[in-house]
Each structure stands twice: as structure tokens, then as C-alpha cells.
Design a protein around this ligand. Structure first.
Ligand code: ATP
Ligand code: LTN
Length: 365
């Protein structure tokens, strides 16, 4: 166990998902599950901003792809969302919208447990305990904290600082084996693993040490206006992202105006980040290798690529948006999904929290 805030990261190589396909993934995570139940997954998205193709390609797509093989818990992390000031009515509405979009993208509430973090008090309870095992130094090193505190310099609150500890609680409460996320969450996963190992080192095998599940293509979709920074669903400038609910005309306009360099030839080259980003989005959306896409544009220019990419995205989004419209119209149905999800999540997490309390020496309830 590391005795200071300077534990060396011990991340395994992230698991990779071949393009749009999970059949080849081995279930060896099962071995890490102490009680031999079906291996499990937990992941979360903040109900902030507008869900983008970055969120879909980095995370949601894998949530859907993995839901039949794993016991899955997918959480709308509203407690995380309030680390930045939210408008109450908008937050509430957005939780329903995100849930409806998850379902429109293929998450089945009968198979996966879909819920809201604030409905399940065990998250905040374990989070407090984990705070007492987290060093200031390691929390200070989190790049998302540094980035968010510079973006919200008027409100650098303790919740923002503590954000990764709550995320660790989300994951460890479910004994999650795998956590499907985008590249930007790798450092938080590393912290989660360190906390689990530190606690287990003192109290025995209480927590499962989770592994990240990060796609090979699409783990870090970049902003359409600044291809050196990540596409973000809360960017004030909506031209930087394609939202899953964007109208076809908006998609066409945004892709057409996406920043690329001055070259003409379509090649995949990381020193041309704008073009590389469009090719990545194309490959991930179409489920084809980047080389195949590049091969199709021999002798053609950026204009053709952008036009066809926009159409590919529009066609991909069309059925999702159609399903979304039906699902969002039934708010009582969505509320039932969340109530059922919260009950399942609470039932799943109570025993683990009781084990943690017992390990710490708390008097049993
Ligand atoms: P924000 O940037 O506004 O904080 P976000 O777009 O990063 O929000 P989150 O709720 O923080 O959204 O992340 C949800 C999931 O989507 C995470 O697994 C994250 O890694 C993934 N994700 C977010 N942005 C991208 C991106 N640009 N490319 C790939 N995956 C992404
Ligand atoms: N920190 C994540 C959202 C998040 C999460 C989680 C992801 C909260 N809890 C648990 C995976 C597992 C983010 O900012 N994208």
C-alpha cells in the first residue's frame, strides 16, 4: 500500500473494443469477481449540456454493446453535475432527456439498470468513507479538476475537487469489473483502482479492482473548431460538437465548417488533427477501419469527405431521433424506469456498504 499521496499508477492497458463489435472480447474479468456472479459494469454520464457524438462513440456505444454479456448499471450522475451550478428545472428535464436518449441508442431498461445517482444514497455514503482514504496530493493531480476549475474560476467548490472520489464510490459500490468510458476518464479510473487496493490492503478483499474499457477508435473525439481540445457537451459554442439530437441541417453545417488544415489530400496523419478527427468520427460511425475510409477518398478532396461524413452522421442519427421522440413523450414511463432502477441499484449496493462498515468497525445497523 502506498503510504503517501504519490502512489505510482498501476493501470493495466485499457481493454479495447474493435470497431463496433464486441464478440471477440474475452470474459476473463470474471476471474476478478470475488463472489463469482456475472461480471458487472458500471458507468455514468453527467446530465449536463447536450449528449454528443463524442459521448456516444467514447462511452454510450460500448454501454449498449456490452449490456447482454454483463450485469450493467448505468447512472445519470446528478450529484456530480451540481459541482457546476445548474438550473433546477433544466437539470430535471435533462435527466429525462438523457435517459430517453440512452434508450433510443439501444439501452434496454429490462436488461440494464438505469438510474439517477441522487436516488441511491449509498453512493454519497461510500464517497465520504473513501474521502478518508484519499490523499490531498493525489486529488490535486487530477487533470479534470484543474481544467474544470479554470473553466469555472468563480465557483471552485470542494465538490469539484472531490468529484473523482464520488466517481470511485460509484464504481466500487457495484464491484464493477469493467468501466466503459472515454480516454479522458483514465486518470479517474487509476485513482479508483488505487483507492480499492489501498482499502483492500488494510481490510482484506472488500473491493473489486475495476478495469477501464476504452474503445480503440473514438475514445477521444475532438472539438470541431479546435481539434487540439476534446469535444465537450457543455461547450458554450455549439458549433464545436454534433449533438445526438441535432437536426440534419445543423449536422451538415457543423461538419462543413469543421476546422481542417490547408492541405488537400485525404490521409490519416496525426499532425493534421482536424482531418484525423473527421476520419476518426467517420470510421467509428460507419464501423469501418480508418484506412478503408481513406482509400475511398483517393483523388478526392476535403469537401467530398465532409459531405459524405455529414450524410453518414445524419443517417446514423435519424432512427435514434425517431425512437427518442416516442420515448420522451412518455414521462411517467421514464419515471418508472428510474424508480425501478434505483430500487435495483440500492438492493445491489447495500450489502457491499455493510461489508465496508463492518470492516471499518462500525456497529451493524
Ligand atoms: P463535459 O466536457 O461537459 O464535462 P463530457 O462531454 O466530458 O462533459 P461526461 O459526462 O463528463 O461528458 O462524460 C460522459 C462519458 O463520455 C465519459 O465516459 C467520457 O469519457 C465520454 N466522453 C466525453 N467526451 C468525449 C469525447 N470527446 N470523446 C470520447 N468520449 C468522450
Ligand atoms: N466522471 C465521469 C462521469 C462519471 C463516471 C462515474 C464514469 C461519474 N461516475 C462512474 C464512469 C463510472 C465524467 O466526468 N465523464
Amino acid at each position: 500500500m502506498a503510504a503517501s499521496g504519490h502512489a505510482t499508477p498501476r493501470m493495466p492497458p485499457a481493454r479495447c473494443l474493435d470497431l463496433g463489435w464486441v464478440g471477440g472480447y474475452s470474459l476473463d474479468a470474471m476471474k476478478t469477481t470475488p463472489d463469482k456472479r456475472k461480471p458487472s459494469i458500471l458507468s455514468g454520464i453527467q446530465p449536463t449540456g447536450r449528449l454528443t457524438i463524442g459521448n456516444y462513440l467514447g462511452a454510450l456505444r460500448n454501454w449498449v454493446a456490452l449490456q447482454d454479456q454483463y450485469e450493467c448499471y448505468y447512472v445519470l450522475v446528478d450529484l456530480h453535475a451540481i459541482t457546476v451550478r445548474q438550473e433546477p428545472k433544466v437539470l430535471r428535464r435533462r435527466c429525462y432527456e438523457f435517459l430517453a436518449l440512452y434508450m433510443a441508442c439501444g439501452l434496454d431498461p429490462a436488461t440494464s439498470t438505469l438510474f439517477v445517482q441522487s436516488h441511491v444514497p449509498t453512493h454519497a455514503q461510500l464517497s465520504w468513507i473513501l474521502n478518508c482514504f484519499t490523499y490531498m496530493g493525489e486529488a490535486q493531480r487530477m487533470t479534470q479538476f484543474k481544467e474544470k476549475s479554470s473553466r469555472h474560476s468563480e465557483n471552485i467548490n470542494i465538490g469539484l475537487f472531490d468529484y473523482p472520489v464520488l466517481m470511485a464510490a460509484d464504481i466500487l459500490l457495484y464491484s464493477a469489473d469493467l468501466v466503459p468510458v472515454g480516454e479522458d476518464q483514465k486518470q479517474h479510473l487509476e485513482l479508483t483502482r488505487n483507492l480499492a487496493e489501498r482499502f483492500n490492503g488494510i481490510y482484506g478483499n472488500v473491493f473489486t479492482v475495476p478495469e477501464p474499457f476504452i474503445p480503440k477508435v473514438g475514445a477521444r473525439i475532438m472539438s470541431l473548431k479546435d481539434p487540439t481540445s476534446k469535444m465537450s457537451k457543455t461547450d458554450e459554442d455549439d458549433a464545436t460538437y454534433v449533438a445526438l439530437l441535432d437536426e440534419p441541417e445543423a449536422v451538415r453545417r457543423k461538419i462543413k465548417r469543421a476546422v481542417t488544415d490547408a492541405g488537400r489530400e485525404v490521409v490519416y496523419d496525426e499532425s493534421r488533427p482536424g482531418l484525423a478527427n473527421l476520419l476518426t468520427i467517420f470510421a467509428a460511425t460507419a464501423g469501418e477501419p480508418i484506412e478503408t475510409i481513406v482509400g475511398r477518398y483517393e483523388g478526392k478532396g476535403y469537401g467530398d469527405l465532409k459531405k459524405e461524413l455529414a450524410e453518414a452522421i445524419v443517417e446514423f442519427l435519424r432512427p435514434v431521433q425517431q425512437r427518442y421522440r416516442d420515448i420522451i413523450a412518455d414521462e411517467p414511463g421514464l419515471a418508472r424506469v428510474l424508480a425501478d432502477g434505483a430500487a435495483r441499484a440500492l438492493a445491489r449496493t447495500r450489502p457491499l456498504l455493510a461489508r465496508v462498515h463492518e470492516a471499518l468497525g462500525f456497529i451493524p445497523e
